[in-house]
Design a protein around this ligand. Structure first.
Ligand SMILES: CC(C)(COP(=O)(O)OP(=O)(O)OC[C@H]1O[C@@H](n2cnc3c(N)ncnc32)[C@H](O)[C@@H]1OP(=O)(O)O)[C@@H](O)C(=O)NCCC(=O)NCCS
Length: 163
């Protein structure tokens, strides 16, 4: 069965929490943002997630996770591209993230390292910034271009690489 990326639903919450915990990512503060969370589904299983916390024209990208057995096939990249399209469709102009483990992953999408001082106050007041993520985490930023998102295709099938 092909893997598809779709918006998350309330029924997905326990499975996303379990995935984040298996990936040792913080869960605190995420449940308020289920409506801007995407999941990768492989049949009935959720094998990936990514979320956006919108704060006006800025947003925090968080909870990017792929099940260990599904990594290295392009799924993390597909989730990231999908959440950037979601951000564009919501009029978001700049995206921030914190990471301890994926500082080498996000630059391929244009994210650049910045200091915490450069982060807008609204984003800095998110749970992830204030408490869930260690002060040693890298901070990264991406300015989105003004291009309109491609035609939405919420159940698009992914052509994933072989592991
Ligand atoms: C980061 C993560 C989502 C990537 O998922 P994935 O499905 O393996 O990613 P892809 O298959 O799309 O990888 C694309 C490329 O990024 C590289 N890459 C993947 N994870 C990376 C990481 N943590 N650091 C640096 N590079 C990484 C891959 O090697 C691959 O490189 P290639 O194109 O040269 O072969 C996944 O490794 C993960 O869940 N990690 C644990 C949780 C985490 O750290 N999340 C980030 C929190 S902000």
């Amino acid at each position: 069965m092909p893997v598809v990326i779709t918006p998350a639903s309330d029924a997905d919450v326990p499975f996303i929490v379990a995935l984040l915990e298996r990936c040792t990512l913080p869960v605190a503060g995420w449940r308020d943002h289920v409506k801007t969370t995407l999941v990768a589904r492989d049949g009935l299983a959720i094998v990936g997630s990514i979320a956006l916390e919108a704060y006006g024209e800025s947003a925090l990208l968080r909870s990017a996770a792929v099940e260990v057995g599904s990594r290295g096939r392009g799924l993390g990249s597909a989730l990231t591209k999908a959440v950037l399209d979601l951000a564009r469709s919501r009029g978001i102009r700049s995206i921030y993230l914190l990471t301890e483990t994926a500082g080498g992953f996000f630059p391929r999408f244009g994210f650049q390292r910045i200091t915490r001082e450069e982060v807008p106050e609204a984003v800095k007041q998110s749970v992830e910034f204030t408490s869930a993520c260690p002060a040693t985490a890298l901070v990264m930023k991406l300015i989105l271009d003004g291009d309109p998102p491609p035609t939405p295709d919420p159940r698009s099938r992914l052509n994933l690489r072989s592991p």
